[in-house]
Design a binder for this molecule. Structure first.
Ligand code: 13P
Length: 245
C-alpha cells in the first residue's frame, strides 16, 4: 500500500501563506511514490482545495462535529468539510484531547459521522511521557483504539506519542516498530481482516532528516507531520523519503 504523507497545519496559515504553501506543494507533488494530504485550518479549506483541485494532493479538515447540523456554535460538520473539498479529517488529535477534553467515545462518534459524510477519518492515538515512563504505553494506546474506533471502521490511524509532538524528540526505530506492530495486532483483533488494511501513520517531530528511517519501519504506513509541513520543501523532502508501496 502506498504510504500517506499528511500535513497537519494546525492553527497556521493566513490567506497568502496558505496559498503559497499549497501552490509549492502542488508544484512538487507530481510523480511522488506516496499519497499526499494537507489539512489547513477551516478558513483555508475552500481556497486550498481550489488550488489543489486536479492535483494529486488531497485536502482534509482537523476536526469535525459528530452531528450533521444543528445548534453547535463554532463547530463544523463532516458534511461541511466534504462540501468545502475535504476528503479526510483528523480526529482525536492529542491537542484536542488535552485542550478540548475530547474523549474516546466522542472521537468514535465523530468517526462515524465522518464516514457517513464520505470522509476518511484519521484517528490519532498516543501516550504521554508519564504514561510511557510508567510502562503503560500499550495499555493507553490499546484503550484509545478500542474506545475511539467504531465497529466496521475504515480509515487511517495515526500513532503520535504526545512527548514527541513539537519537541524535536522522536520515538526510536525500535519503539516505533514495537508500537506499530502492537497497533496492527489490535486492529486485526478489533476489525478482522479489514484491520490489516488500515494505514498506521507515525507522527511526532518528523523531519526530512529522520523521515527515511521512520518511514522504513515495518507497519509504518506514512507520516502525520506538523511543523515541517509548513515548509513546502521540508514536506516534499519527507514525501520523497516514503517507501514505494
Ligand atoms: P510536529 O511534527 O510538529 O511534532 O507535530 C506532529 C503532529 O502533532 C501532527 O499531527
Amino acid at each position: 500500500m502506498r504510504q500517506l504523507i499528511a500535513g497537519n497545519w494546525k492553527m497556521h496559515g493566513m490567506g497568502g501563506e496558505a496559498a503559497a504553501l499549497a501552490g509549492a506543494i502542488r508544484a512538487g507533488a507530481a510523480g511522488l511514490a506516496c499519497d499526499l494530504l494537507v489539512c489547513p485550518p477551516f478558513t483555508q479549506l475552500v481556497p486550498v482545495a481550489g488550488m489543489l483541485a486536479g492535483s494529486t494532493v488531497a485536502v482534509g479538515g482537523q476536526d469535525c462535529h459528530a452531528e450533521a447540523k444543528g445548534a453547535h456554535t463554532g463547530d463544523i460538520s463532516a458534511a461541511m468539510l466534504a462540501d468545502a473539498g475535504a476528503r479526510f479529517v483528523i480526529l482525536g488529535h492529542s491537542e484536542r484531547r488535552a485542550n478540548h477534553g475530547e474523549t474516546d467515545a466522542g472521537v468514535r462518534a465523530k468517526a462515524v459521522a465522518a464516514i457517513a459524510a464520505g470522509l476518511t477519518p484519521i484517528v490519532c492515538v498516543g501516550e504521554t511521557e508519564a504514561e510511557r515512563t510508567a510502562g503503560w504505553e500499550t495499555g493507553v494506546v490499546g484503550g484509545q483504539l478500542s474506545g475511539s474506533l467504531p465497529e466496521g471502521f475504515s480509515g487511517v490511524v495515526a500513532y503520535e506519542p504526545v512527548w514527541a509532538i513539537g519537541t524535536g524528540k522522536t520515538a526510536t526505530e525500535d519503539d516505533v516498530a514495537a508500537m506499530h506492530g502492537f497497533i496492527r495486532q489490535a486492529l486485526v483483533r478489533q476489525l478482522g481482516e479489514a484491520g490489516s488494511l488500515v494505514r498506521i501513520l507515525y507522527g511526532g517531530s518528523v523531519r526530512p532528516a529522520n523521515a527515511s528511517v521512520l518511514l522504513a519501519v515495518p507497519e509504518v504506513g506514512g507520516a502525520l507531520v506538523g511543523g515541517a509541513s509548513l515548509v513546502a520543501e521540508d514536506f516534499l523532502a519527507i514525501a520523497r523519503a516514503a517507501r514505494p508501496g
